[in-house]
Design a protein around this ligand. Structure first.
Ligand SMILES: [Zn+2]
Length: 266
């Protein structure tokens, strides 16, 4: 295993760039703060994962309910070409290509990208901003990525450049206000633990990030959660579709261009 860790000494608010914040707590030397301007919660001295390298055992491929939600969303929006930012080991890519939907992914972790390529997927280790500018997609998927990156609004800005006319972006992030976060063991395992998570979104701050990057947020319709298993999960999906987020957050967005609102969900 090889390890290189690059840390950012102090960053301003990743949403509004304000420099003043309130320290909430410190975890393993990482300061979790709240922006005094926009109330976003983030780590002010995070590890920069884009410049760090940790190579470990390859992750096992595992289809999760959120992959079903994303496939349903792709089909519901009639998307025929998809770009995924952060392909992981290719679960979503395989589900989409099985359905004849075009898929390109970017994945900075070389071993995960190789696992995708071995499975026949077009997954590149190229940084997103270096993909050919003429590549355009019906849908850009950013699934459990924004909570890890130093500049989430910058990533949203870069990603939307790859949307074709009428294209959409869909984002999945953990929820700072997830009702399970009241259980300390669950919270430590899944959410508020630097090093890996450096941004802590709520429904309101994710919406804010999308707006700040020039996108128009939309709810992910509750029907998108069909086929995800339990009744409780489907109920949660319908709450999500209404803008209520008891667990993780699914949110879509489209380009904020004149005349691009003809097929809005809401
Ligand atoms: Zn802020």
């Amino acid at each position: 295993m090889s390890t290189t860790i690059v840390t950012v000494d102090r960053r301003t608010c990743p949403l509004c760039d304000f420099c003043d914040s309130t320290l909430r707590r410190t975890v393993d030397g990482h300061s979790i703060v709240t922006c005094k301007n926009c109330r976003f919660e983030y780590v002010s001295n995070p590890i920069d994962w884009s410049r760090s390298q940790i190579s470990g055992a390859a992750k096992k491929r595992r289809i999760r309910p959120r992959h079903t939600v994303l496939v349903n969303f792709a089909e519901m929006t009639g998307s025929r070409s998809i770009l995924e930012v952060g392909s992981g080991v290719g679960e979503l890519g395989l589900l989409l290509t099985e359905r004849g939907i075009g898929y390109v992914g970017v994945e900075p972790d070389a071993s995960r990208a190789a696992s995708c390529q071995d499975a026949g997927l077009d997954v590149r280790t190229t940084p997103l901003e270096l993909l050919p500018a003429d590549l355009k997609f019906d849908l850009v998927v950013i699934d459990n990525v924004l909570e890890h990156v130093i500049d989430p609004v910058g990533l949203l800005n870069t990603a939307q450049a790859f949307l074709g006319d009428g294209g959409r972006l869909v984002v999945v992030v953990p929820n700072r206000k997830d009702i399970r976060s009241h259980v300390p063991s669950w919270s430590r395992k899944h959410l508020w633990t630097p090093r890996v998570h450096v941004n802590y979104f709520t429904g309101a701050t994710l919406k804010d990030a999308l707006v700040r990057s020039g996108l128009e947020p939309e709810h992910v319709p509750g029907a998108t959660f069909a086929g995800t298993g339990s009744l409780s999960r489907r109920l949660v999906g319908y709450l999500n579709g209404a803008g209520i987020y008891p667990f993780g957050i699914y949110m879509a967005a489209k380009l904020n261009r004149p005349g691009s609102d003809e097929d809005s969900f809401s």
